[in-house]
Design a binder for this molecule. Sequence first.
Ligand code: HAM
Length: 426
Amino acid sequence: MEQKPKGTRDILPNVIRKWHFMEEMARKLAKQYNIDEIRTPTFENETLYNRSVGESSDIVTKEMYTFKDKGGRSLALRPEGTAGVVRAFLENGLFNNAQPTKVFYIANNFRYENTQAGRFREFSQFGVEYFGSQEPIVDAEQIIMASKYLAMLGINNVELQINSIGCPKCRANFNSALREFAHAHKDELCQDCNKRMETNPLRMLDCKNEKCQMVLRQAPKLSDYLCDECKQHFKSVLSILDSRKIKYSINTNLVRGLDYYTKTVFEFVAMLEDKPITVCGGGRYDKLVAEIGGNDVPACGFACGLDRLVYLIDDKMIAPKDFVYIANTPDVSITEVLAVAEVLRSADIAVETNLTNRSFKAQMKYADKICANKVVILGQKEIDSGEFVVKNLRLGSECTMKASDLVKYIKLDSESIKKITKTFSD
Ligand code: HAM
């Protein structure tokens, strides 16, 4: 039997409602902030990611799905959403519109990662990117938005970690200090870090090797090297968060795994199976648009990992399915069942009928098993009299009504039905 590739998953109908919920809340949130959707290709020229995510990042060096197409072009499956959005912003001249440009996306990404809880080779993100403002309100608005998204999903036990990694100006001094520290601890650091210390010392702080992490805890802190402008920017972001009572902890080791960040970086960390897991990450990237070939356009964004969030959503957040089953007696023709079903469906009521020629008794059992809310009983007697019996399986009640009242009754909520049922039985 064929099996799915390692690190991929089938999202089956029993969990798809959680996905719909996450997507629905993402669109609702984006609407609240007046953000439009953008869709970019699933694959791009490989060079785009080398230039943006970074030649020395784990994503580019180890995790990208690259391939040559039949025309010999070097392409890569999207490992993250930001680079493609920046390319689209430039290629389509969105910078000519009144700024800021604000976009969101819900898209799948591909990284050749070691699979473990919450880490997959194909995964989806809900991401937001703003272009054209360097103001701290942008960083703060996005953090507020991300924390609101988690709250909308009913996920409360999350820690916001935040840091500033400065601009190229202050980072140059920090890099020299970090490089000096790393040279002194050369033998205690892994092979990758020994390379990183020459090419991109900041990447060492992101090393997944625990021994390296221990050594680097003693390394110089970027916060001590920030220039006045970066310090002020960070202070302003934090004070806006304070004014909205958003709790955060400053993590001076937080650098994020992608090379394009400047100034603010942040992550929301939740607990999954007693282990911390990052469910959302983002930050400012003021130099990326220019690096990809545009003018200097400041930008900021974040992305939430939907495959991780789905584990944290309580079943109670998902409204039960609401549909009707039409149980027909054998004397009723398929045409008559269909006629009633289509009237209800046209009124936006979800309807299932007897598709497997079950007996009436078996249909009632089946309706119960698949958790239908209501069953419309359709016998020749009902068709002749124009009066229908509707059983409410959730409430265990039953009501007889005229055909013309059927749609109205089925659409009533449980409370109203309880009242009507009481009136009928009085
Ligand atoms: P990232 O931190 O690489 O940032 O990914 C964002 C989120 O995607 C992570 O916090 C995590 O929840 C989820 N994620 C990442 N890798 C995996 C995986 N292998 N399996 C499951 N979930 C995963 C970015 O991608 C940036 N583009 C975010 C950003 C947008 N920064 C600015 N704008």
